[in-house]
Design a protein around this ligand. Structure first.
Ligand code: ARG
Length: 254
């Protein structure tokens, strides 16, 4: 038998030992591991001091506090998050995942922590509607609901995918894309933050979605604990305060 390379063995061992933890095990350990991306402002991103911050980071910290455990944040590429979740790399994921039937087959979603939609962003004079996008090139983050929506637009010439959402904005500004499809709050924040009011325009809202946290498939005890804590934060004013801070409005689903 050929010898397995050491790195591969280490990888297999890692898989075997990483495990999905029940809420009881998490509570006993005193620490909850939270997976996110860190490149989706204002929801989850690294600030100029290289600290992980955003609406979902504040919310995740508040949830941990409500549950009485320390938050331990782990930032990973967006398109690997749900896979790593099922491998036990983190206890839950909060990274702006829209609830879709396909994802719901792989993981379990909590109640939504906000409601939003996918929007078309272009340079002034550029495409504003799905119809305008005929023959055009649109950029989206890989593995997102924007990618799915873009692929369904009839007549679109090309859908370019990016590892990180802000890279699509970069290409739009550089003239390599006709449009960027992203979250409506992300688009609003990018325009404000980068002072692009005179350059970019918001177009049609292509779809609406409910965004939720995810736990590994079948992790019922953690799902119940998170739903309970989220409901408590929505009731005691903590959620409203965090939402006001980041959006100047309450973004909960109604
Ligand atoms: N809401 C979109 C989706 O469900 C985008 C999520 C992107 N999240 C991120 N952290 N980049 O796919």
């Amino acid at each position: 038998m050929k010898k397995l390379p050491l790195v591969f063995l280490a990888f297999l061992l890692g898989l075997a030992f990483a495990q999905v933890r029940t809420w009881d095990q998490i509570k006993k350990s005193g620490e909850i591991r939270i997976g996110t991306e860190g490149a989706f402002p204002p929801f989850n991103f690294f600030n100029e001091k290289n600290q992980l911050t955003g609406f979902e980071v504040d919310l995740g910290n508040a949830l941990a506090a409500k549950l009485g455990v320390r938050p331990h944040w782990i930032a990973q590429a967006f398109d690997t998050l749900l896979i790593q979740l099922n491998q036990g790399r983190f206890d839950f994921v909060i990274a702006s995942h829209g609830i879709t039937p396909e994802r719901a087959k792989a993981v379990d979603f909590t109640n939504p922590h906000y409601c939003t939609g996918g929007i078309i962003v272009s340079k002034k004079g550029g495409p504003k509607t799905a119809k305008d996008l005929g023959g055009k090139v649109a950029g989206v983050q890989v593995g997102t609901t924007y990618m799915e929506a873009a692929q369904k637009i009839p007549g679109l010439k090309e859908v370019r995918t990016y590892q990180k959402d802000p890279d699509a904005l970069q290409d739009l500004l550089a003239g390599r894309l006709d449009a960027w499809i992203t979250d409506r709050f992300v688009a609003k924040e990018a325009i404000k933050e980068r002072k692009l009011e005179g350059t970019l325009q918001l177009g049609e809202l292509l779809f609406q979605e409910k965004v939720a946290m995810a736990v590994a498939k079948g992790n019922k005890t953690l799902l119940a604990a998170l739903n309970q804590a989220l409901a408590a934060l929505m009731k005691d004013g903590t959620y409203a305060k965090i939402s006001q801070k980041w959006f100047g409005e309450d973004v909960r689903c109604r």
